[in-house]
Design a protein around this ligand. Structure first.
Ligand code: ASP
Length: 335
């Protein structure tokens, strides 16, 4: 029997085709082979479904992540792989969130989208969809949540959107591509993250009581305190400088210390696109270590905030959350 792929359409630029009047509008999923006629001849079956409402990915939220995860859970046994068509703006966040929500994933979940709508002549969507489908159809099993974009397959929780213009819109600065598509798709199998066992589990409850505190020279205590004193706050990604450095001023360290004493988890993630956090390497991160700020190592901001949401949603024991933040759960950090 042929392999089968389920394509889940969430929205984004990719889903636009021209109607009879030449106006761009979201395509009907069952017409995908009209947009890409050669899909009728592929050696695997393509089924499709779409979210309750089709969105621009700037409207992505925890409820929609749960909806996508629920579809994958319901259909898991019926398909060899999944393709998620998604807007590019928050694709790296969704890929990161799904990577944590889908534990012991044994099949490919490939996200893709495009910079130009499928209905435009120069669209990058055709190549992206066809590549994602081929990868999801499992000639080689890559049982990860990944992003396929402009000839590269990236681990989802290592990816970041880097261009609002170029077809080459994504990058993975701290981890090499899992595959590269040329005449053939060449897989880097030694880089693939395989599940520990086949007990596939889906975790749909994420905790939204999190924040990102982005540091910049001139940041005021008013701003820092207003973030740290947000009602119900449970975790904060500190988007720090260089190898995890932050101001040494008394008011700043005091504010962090008080937040830590209130049980808020502080997670140190560098603003640099590549490289890793090393708490204590400089005097400017020494105090962070003393307060108990957790190192994000080389995690992306997208993976950091979603990892916090996932762990705080799953465990009420803060020590457990802190311990697991330091571990690579789905290949998102190099420890
Ligand atoms: N704003 C669009 C979205 O993220 C952009 C895109 O799809 O590329 O949904």
């Amino acid at each position: 029997m042929n392999n089968a792929v389920l394509m889940i359409y969430t929205g984004g630029t990719i889903g636009m085709v021209q109607n009879e009047q030449g106006v761009l509008q979201p395509f009907k999923l069952d017409r995908i082979s009209d947009a890409i006629p050669l899909l009728k001849n592929v050696p695997y079956r393509i089924d499709s479904c779409q979210l309750e409402s089709i969105i621009d990915s700037s409207d992505m939220c925890v409820r929609v992540w749960s909806e996508i995860a629920q579809i994958i859970e319901n259909e898991y046994d019926k398909y060899d792989g999944f393709v998620v068509l998604h807007g590019t703006d928050t694709m790296a966040y969704t890929a990161s969130a799904l990577s944590f929500m889908l534990e012991n994933l044994g099949k490919p979940v490939v996200l893709t989208g495009s910079q130009l709508p499928l209905g435009m002549l120069r669209s990058d969507g055709r190549g992206n969809i066809v590549g994602a489908l081929e990868i999801a159809s499992q000639r080689v099993n890559i049982p990860e949540v990944s992003i396929f974009f402009e000839d590269k397959l990236y681990r989802g929780n290592r990816s970041t959107k880097i261009s609002a213009q170029n077809f080459d819109a994504f990058a993975s600065f701290n981890y090499p591509p899992l595959a590269t598509a040329g005449i053939d798709i060449s897989y880097n199998k030694h880089l693939v993250f395989y599940p520990e066992c086949d007990d596939f589990q889906v975790h749909k409850s994420l905790n939204e009581n999190v924040a990102i505190l982005t540091l910049f020279p001139g940041i005021t205590s008013k701003l820092v305190n207003s973030i740290l004193e947000t009602p119900d706050l449970e975790g904060v990604v500190i988007s720090s400088y260089g190898s995890g450095n932050a101001p040494t001023e008394g008011w700043f360290i005091d504010a962090l210390q008080k937040a830590a004493e209130r049980g808020i988890i502080l997670y140190d993630v560098t603003q640099c696109k590549s490289g890793t956090v090393r708490i204590g390497q400089y005097a400017t991160s020494y105090d962070l270590g003393r307060i108990g700020v957790v190192s994000g190592y080389d995690i992306t901001i997208e993976a950091a905030i979603t990892k916090l949401m996932y762990l705080l949603g799953r465990y009420s024991d803060k020590e457990q959350v802190r311990k697991m933040l330091k571990q690579s759960l789905r290949g998102e950090i190099t420890v």
